[in-house]
Every structure is written in structure tokens, then in C-alpha cells.
Design a protein around this ligand. Sequence first.
Ligand SMILES: [Zn+2]
Length: 271
Amino acid sequence: MGRAAGTLKTAARKASKVVFAAADPLFGAFPGPRILIYHQIDAGLGRQMEVTKDAFVAQLDWMDQHGLVVDLESAVAARGAAHPERRFVLTFDDGYEDFYRHGYPELVKRNMPFVLYLTTRPVETREPLFPGGGAEPLTWDQVGEMAESGLMTLGAHTHTHLDFRTATTAQIEDELGTSDELIRDRSGIDPRHFAYPWGYWAEAGDAAVRNRYATATLGTGGPITADADPALLNRVAVQLSDGVFFFTRKMKTGMRLEDIVRRRLVRYSGP
Ligand SMILES: [Zn+2]
């Protein structure tokens, strides 16, 4: 993409974010704990799935001032309690080495718990999580060190990041079996939590996921109410273009119009 096209795209994204944020109060209250999705921290690639270190630090400080960062299980257990919207759960998907370098030390400094949803094949093969550099996977040693901190919940995220919408039940069973066995074998941890790859639920994997894990999270979607299904928990995606301003809007109202538009664009109509 040329610079002019890139600038135009950035401007369009900012303009639509303003519209999305303005429209969101029309959807009413956004109750429930906020389960945040992060991927890369300060990878320098300029992709929407990363955040800068400065934005990440400012977002952690905001959460510290406006509520409490808690572990996943206690947030889910307290989803019907008073002011669940002041509970924040930090989740990091896939397992990027830049998270260990730039994100994890900030969490240690603040004593904040977090979930790492690990895709196991890249850790084993050392292949990048996507081609082109800047997406190196964690090592098992790094995973082990973070587990020893006592702050990390290690969750599963399949072996190859398979899209369940185009997979058979047998393929899904195989993916989950391989991933869980590797996590157990390499880290000694029995994964009890799961994130659907790409955030997409599919009927073919529903029973297998429920059999194996206590909770399962998706991409962005509606709020987590008192009677929400722990195997279908929506999250709030934090993007590069959020900075601090749109991050705080998301934390308050969920940016649901943005989510509805995104779902239409990718033709996803699941939970
Ligand atoms: Zn993922």
C-alpha cells in the first residue's frame, strides 16, 4: 500500500471509530466483566492486532484506576455480582515473543494476573506465527518462567490455529488433543481454559470444547451477563488505533456498532 492510500485508510478508520463510539450508547448498558484481547505488544509492524508499549502502559494504568485486573475464573464466577464491569481480565492470544519482552514485565511490575492462550505448533517448530518477520513465538522456557510467577493462567488455543468453521469434529478433537498434550508435557500444566482461534465458534467443536475446558472465550460480541454461558464468553479486542481514548470508550460501552459492522464484513453470525 502506498503512503497516500495508507494515510487515507488511517483517516477512514479514525472517522469510523468516532461514529462507532458516538453510536454506542444507543445500545444501552454494557454490563459484565471486560475480558480484553491482546495479541502483540510493541512489535513495530503497524498491524491492528498490536498495541504500542506506551498505549499498553496507559491502558493498564487506566484499569488500575477504574477497577481491578482479576484472573479469568474469579471474573466469570462474579459475573452476576455488584459492578462486574469494574473487573478486567487480560488475555493474550497465540503466544508472541514480544509479549514476553514488552508486556509481561509491566504485568509483573503491577502484580496483574493474565491469561496466555497458546498455539502450540509454532512453539515446537519455531516457525513464526505469520510470515514476514516480527511474529516470533514464545519458547517453552519463557512459558515456564511466566507460569512460575503465579500470575499466568495458561490456556489452550489449538495446535495450528485451525478455523473451526471449516473443520470437522475429528480434526478439532485431534487439534485439541495435540495442543493439550504438548502443554501438559512441556509445562506440567493441565489447560482448563480455551480461546476459539480467530474468535469463531462452530457447532463442530462445541461439545469437544465443553468436555475439555471450564471456560471458552470468543472474539468481540455482546456483554457477559449474569446468566452468560462460560463456554461462550465474548471479549473486547484492543487495537492499535484505540490508543487511550477509544480504549476507555470500549471499556465503558463495548464499541458494539464496530463489532456488528466487523461481523458483517467477515460474514460471521455465531455467538
Ligand atoms: Zn489466535
